[in-house]
Design a protein around this ligand. Structure first.
Ligand code: LAC
Length: 231
């Protein structure tokens, strides 16, 4: 994928792309040995599933509520009984998720090029600001855009439109970055240039998306931008 020129700005997905959503597995493992990774994966899977079902059926509640519901489902699914205190602490972990190790330096390198950076996420506004503040990354972003504003989740086109209004540019001049293959597809369908950080070495989604650039980490994104987004 080649952009006609350097992107006017870069728009980032949050969960999975900037922040490691599976960092909660260690905490879960300490509570329920042998089950941590499975609960963490089910938690993420149900969180995304509920966001889609609520969008399709016009039943919006914010991503914090969805994250709590998905946690409760996943704990019961794994027959993991949690005290109210343990549940609250697991949920609170979402406000202090660590960034993937290479992310802070990569974001600083991109910001140093003078590129406006934005977050566009399913996350509720308060949870996004909390996790960005906790990792000291908030000041790198010109905009933190939550789907709260349109009361629909990705991949609704209204969500991807939010960054166009904020940045005052058409999608074709913006680079959208996500580690979630389905989100990369949604953004490409909408008309963004896209860089997929394929951290999990997952197969490409079979969804007839326009072609987009692919790397393994956010450091690869920095290389891509330094090369003029050719490749
Ligand atoms: C987000 C989800 C897709 O941050 O991870 O929007």
């Amino acid at each position: 994928m080649t952009l006609a020129s350097a992107p006017a700005a870069i728009v980032f997905d949050a969960y999975g792309t900037i922040f490691d959503v599976y960092a909660v597995a260690a905490r879960l493992e300490a509570l329920w040995p042998g089950k941590g990774r499975a609960i963490a994966e089910k938690w993420r899977e149900k969180q995304i599933e509920y966001s889609r079902l609520r969008t399709i059926s016009d039943r919006y509640v914010d991503f914090w509520a969805i994250t709590a519901d998905a946690l409760d489902y996943s704990l019961e699914f794994a027959r993991a009984a949690a005290s109210a205190k343990a549940r609250a602490s697991l949920l609170a972990a979402y406000e202090t998720l660590p960034p993937h190790p290479e992310v802070p330096a990569a974001l600083r390198a991109l910001a140093a090029r003078g590129l406006p950076l934005a977050v566009l996420s399913n996350g509720a506004e308060a949870m996004l600001n909390a996790v960005l503040e906790a990792s000291a990354l908030r000041s790198l972003f010109a905009h933190v855009l939550s789907v709260d504003r349109v009361r629909k989740f990705k991949t609704a086109p209204e969500v991807y439109h939010l960054a166009l209004d904020a940045l005052g540019r058409p999608a074709s001049e913006l680079l959208f970055v996500s580690s979630n293959g389905w989100d990369a597809v949604g953004a490409a369908w909408f008309g963004y240039s896209v860089f997929w950080i394929n951290r999990a070495n997952a197969p490409a989604e079979r969804l007839d998306a326009p072609p987009f650039a692919i790397g393994r980490t956010m450091s690869d994104l920095v290389g891509f931008v330094e090369m003029g987004c050719a490749g």
